[in-house]
Design a protein around this ligand. Structure first.
Ligand SMILES: Cc1cc2nc3c(=O)[nH]c(=O)nc-3n(C[C@H](O)[C@H](O)[C@H](O)COP(=O)(O)OP(=O)(O)OC[C@H]3O[C@@H](n4cnc5c(N)ncnc54)[C@H](O)[C@@H]3O)c2cc1C
Length: 282
């Protein structure tokens, strides 16, 4: 299938792109790497009259290593993030997640901003950014706002980004828990999307857990932090027994998805298995 006829626009900068979004309203879609949007257009699940291609905007690209955080431009590709030494050093789970996405072509075209804007429940970024306590920088005609990642994902393919807005960057704080973090997933054998993915970030002092963030994707229609696991870990040493106790009821508080590939029961089981694998590696 080919998409319906539409007008293609290539703005010179982010402000121009935002102005175009304002002008065309809900008849308009942003195009970044195109690896989620183009399939949607081809299936005519969305039929915009205008496409605003932001893939050439240098303002949105690159990774900056700041004093207290790492700022990843929304237009940075998965491959660039996987290869960043700053990301590998300060938040290894983010580099691991980036390297696990799709195949080489997907990683070279797909962008972090496009992925989180799309908010596919099986995408890898949402869980790692929740575990990382990231902030999403969003720009509109009025200026810039930052949204805490805990408030960013609202539901299936739904986020806090509003009409006329562009995600410009993602900020990852340089914390002890992000330095000690990992991401593991059960990849779908065809697409490599996560059937179940678990990101875990743990800070320890004197051998005991002082802060833990554990998040899942692929399990529920919305990525989520598992507060039961996080509470179960806090204050304890991290060993096979404490991990087993904390993860015994993984994903207990969410409604778990079911499809022809993985039933609800199997997915819930996998959530526990992958949480134990992630935490066991820290
Ligand atoms: C074969 C295949 C395998 C894949 N495997 C995986 C996988 O294993 N794991 C995984 O996580 N993903 C996977 N993906 C998805 C891939 O990561 C996409 O690149 C990503 O989901 C979307 O990023 P994009 O830059 O291509 O965005 P686009 O497709 O261009 O856009 C996606 C959506 O985001 C909006 N958008 C884009 N950029 C912005 C922005 N800066 N601000 C606001 N809105 C914006 C667009 O309007 C659109 O609605 C796969 C895709 C394919 C085709």
């Amino acid at each position: 299938m080919i998409p319906s006829k539409l007008a293609y626009h290539r703005p010179n900068n982010v402000n121009e792109a935002i102005q175009m979004l304002q002008n065309y309203g809900d008849d308009c879609k942003i195009l970044a790497g195109g690896h989620s949007l183009i399939p949607v257009l081809k299936q005519r699940l969305n039929d915009p009259e205008h496409l605003v291609d932001i893939s050439g905007l240098t303002e949105l690209k690159g990774i900056r290593d700041n004093e207290k955080s790492i700022t990843i431009g929304a237009g940075t590709t998965h491959a660039e993030i996987a290869n960043s030494t700053a990301v590998q050093q300060h938040a290894p789970m983010i580099a691991q997640a980036a390297a696990s996405i799709g195949d080489v072509q997907v990683r070279n075209f797909g962008t972090i901003g496009g992925s989180i804007a799309h908010a596919d429940p099986a995408a890898d970024w949402p869980a790692v950014l929740l575990a990382a306590d990231a902030n999403v920088v969003i720009k509109n005609t009025g200026g810039t706002r930052e949204v805490d990642i805990d408030q960013f994902f609202l539901g299936l393919f739904t986020t806090a980004v509003q009409e006329g807005e562009i995600i410009t960057a993602i900020r990852i704080p340089k914390t002890a828990f992000n330095r000690n973090s990992t991401y593991v997933k059960f990849p779908h054998p065809a697409s490599r999307f996560a059937v179940v993915g678990c990101a875990a970030a743990v800070a320890k002092e004197g051998g005991n857990v002082t802060a833990a963030r554990v998040a899942f994707n692929g399990v529920s229609s919305k990525p989520f932090r598992d507060m039961g696991i996080e509470k179960g870990l806090k204050g304890n040493a991290l060993n096979a027994d404490t991990i087993a106790a904390a993860t015994k009821n993984a994903a207990a508080e969410v409604s778990v998805m079911s499809d022809h590939f993985a039933s609800e029961k199997y997915r819930r089981h996998l959530a526990g298995v992958y949480a134990r694998r992630a935490l066991g590696a820290l």
